[in-house]
Design a protein around this ligand. Structure first.
Ligand SMILES: Nc1ncnc2c1ncn2[C@@H]1O[C@H](COP(=O)(O)OP(=O)(O)OP(=O)(O)O)[C@@H](O)[C@H]1O
Ligand SMILES: [Mg+2]
Length: 139
């Protein structure tokens, strides 16, 4: 059974992410799927702050930079694959180091490019429900 939640504001989604982070232990891949503006980056603010890797405000969309790395010893990677079209593009992300140490990798638009990884994965879907409401489903 998939777990479903509904939030009614960005703050609630961030809070949900902070709580969900308690379930994460490195190594893990968090695959976020959902339309533009559904709240993937907003949720990531909660995940990253819940993992004590950075404050919410420090977490911004890696849409153009493609990858952000938070945390000092325990690394949290946050990547956006929206613009990734090919394996060549993917290689330019410089994610090679990522799998060498157990870390948490959070991927937006993960379905664009299937990432071969031996790490445990959790897939979270975000959906617009109108206005500021979003459905969060753990798949
Ligand atoms: N319940 C909610 N949960 C999350 N975000 C919400 C909610 N209600 C309103 N918002 C707003 O929706 C927007 C979500 O944007 P966000 O950048 O998190 O989406 P995204 O899924 O990462 O989009 P993209 O695919 O462009 O990266 C923000 O402006 C946020 O304030
Ligand atoms: Mg985003």
């Amino acid at each position: 059974m998939a777990e479903e939640f509904v939030t009614h504001s960005a703050e609630e989604t961030t809070h949900w992410g902070r709580e969900f982070a308690k379930r994460l232990r490195p190594p893990a891949l968090v695959l976020l799927t959902g339309d533009l503006g559904s709240g993937k980056t907003t949720l990531t603010k909660g995940l990253v702050s819940g993992l004590d890797a950075a404050s919410e405000d420090e977490v911004t969309s890696p849409t153009f930079t493609l990858v952000h790395v938070y945390g000092k010893t325990a690394k949290v990677y946050h990547a956006d694959l929206y613009r990734i079209e090919s394996f060549h593009d993917f290689e330019t992300l410089g994610l090679e180091d990522m799998f060498s140490t157990p870390s948490i990798a959070i991927l937006e638009w993960s379905e664009r490019f299937p990432l071969p990884s031996p790490w445990p994965q959790v897939r979270i879907r975000l959906e617009h429900l109108g206005g500021d409401s979003r459905r969060i489903t753990i798949l």
